[in-house]
Design a protein around this ligand. Structure first.
Ligand SMILES: Nc1ncnc2c1ncn2[C@@H]1O[C@H](COP(=O)(O)OP(=O)(O)OP(=O)(O)O)[C@@H](O)[C@H]1O
Ligand SMILES: [Mg+2]
Length: 382
């Protein structure tokens, strides 16, 4: 039986997510509710730290599904996202079987004949035994229902978007050598994007699309309170006001919800009871990560503390503070703080000689056209 408790209503979605610590507004909860009912992927776009990734985690937790995560990065290819053939294992087996292989080709008198003999057995080496699954295939093949998080899709190349289309539209993956795998339980798919590049309309069309912005003051207050920061109510309220003021400045990296939470914890640890200009100045670096941003905020300390709308040279809308002329590269590099994700998150391959395995070669597209595939066809490909 599926462990997925379908949400009964939008209200039920809100309360279920809240139970696992995620405070969703009605618009977001409606999207999630529809996702579970229509079995459509959700595409969340929005600035850093507004709870895009966290939503997938909360959805997994509240529905009792395992979360499978594909963290996207520039230059990521199918072999890191879908599957690849385990070249090292194929070689190992070939080595161990060399006597047997010798027997098979022994009767041939020329190379062409030997190749034919071996070719008759090559399907053995392109069977599931030698298949290394990556997150997308893992989600489709999972025997239990999963939440598939495709995180930061805007970092990947457009080619990967194309790969995703089949999965999003059909809930299936075709492997030429093996056939088509169809998900037993359609995954709940959550895609996130920081909007550093425009995603294809084909991808958007297949998704329920939602722009997730900074929450309103009331919700942000609620979120920070829910994190048990230890900060008193009045001071938390003031902090939210200051954070919102900072977002109105033309900053390279406006403070996110998580930074506001960190800031609240910092004030607690320092035993600060009131947020004056001095306290603000001494702790600003918790929420602002760039010298220029710090300098810009220091010019407005009084206004920020008083909750007056700071003079925002060129700042766009209150609460969003994303200058329209900023190109994706700049936004992306602003997010690229070392250690933001754990080692290996971006799929770095180990180098030969560094104790890891040598990078396996890619399987050529031609391998997909071999004639033995029909034997292994799965349902849906017959
Ligand atoms: N609605 C919410 N309810 C509870 N916590 C939230 C909510 N939104 C954000 N948070 C908090 O903010 C933190 C940052 O959220 P998250 O990592 O999901 O941001 P993001 O939008 O994925 O950012 P990025 O684009 O940098 O990856 C979370 O760890 C969580 O603590
Ligand atoms: Mg994220």
């Amino acid at each position: 039986m599926s462990p997925t408790p379908s949400f009964d209503s939008v209200e039920h979605t809100i309360s279920s997510l809240a139970e696992v610590g995620y405070l969703a507004d009605r618009r977001l909860a409606t999207t999630v509710y529809l996702q579970t009912r229509l079995e459509k992927p959700v595409l969340l776009e929005g600035p850093a730290g507004v709870g895009k990734t966290e939503l997938a985690r909360a959805l997994a937790e509240t529905t009792g599904r395992r979360m499978v995560r594909l963290q996207c990065y520039e230059g990521q290819d199918e072999s890191r996202a879908l599957y690849e053939w385990d070249y090292g294992k194929q070689m190992l087996y070939t080595q161990m079987l060399r006597e047997k292989i010798g027997e098979i080709v022994g009767s041939s008198t020329d190379i062409a004949g030997a190749v034919e003999e071996i070719g008759a057995h090559e399907d053995v080496f392109f069977s599931e035994r030698f298949l290394s699954t990556r997150p997308l295939l893992e989600a489709i093949r999972s025997e239990t229902p999963v939440v598939l998080l495709v995180d930061e899709i805007d970092r990947s190349d457009e080619a990967l978007e194309a790969v995703l289309l089949e999965i999003l539209a059909e809930g299936q993956i075709s492997i030429p050598e093996l056939g088509t795998f169809i998900a037993q339980h359609p995954p709940y798919v959550v895609l996130t994007s920081n909007n550093t590049r425009e995603l294809s309309s084909a991808l958007k069309r297949r998704c329920l699309h939602l722009f997730l912005d900074y929450p309103d003051a009331e919700r942000e207050l609620e979120i920070i309170r829910s994190k048990s920061t230890g900060l008193g109510d009045a001071l938390t309220e003031h902090l939210v006001q200051v954070v919102r003021g900072l977002r109105e400045l033309d900053l390279r990296k406006p403070p996110s919800i998580s930074e506001a939470v960190d800031w609240a914890r910092t004030l607690t640890v320092l035993g600060i009871a009131e947020l004056g200009t001095e306290e603000l100045e001494s702790t600003l670096s918790v929420v602002l990560k760039y010298d220029k941003d710090l300098a810009r905020a220091r010019e407005q300390l009084d206004e920020l503390v008083k909750g007056e709308s700071p003079a925002s040279a060129g700042a766009a809308l209150a609460g969003t503070a994303r200058p329209a002329d900023r190109d994706g590269r700049e936004v992306r590099s602003a997010k690229d703080e070392p250690g933001r994700h754990g080692p290996g998150t971006y799929g770095e391959r180990s180098q030969p000689g560094d104790g890891g395995h040598p990078a396996p070669p890619r399987v050529s597209a031609g391998q997909g056209e071999r004639s033995f595939t029909s034997k292994f066809r799965r349902r849906g490909n017959e």
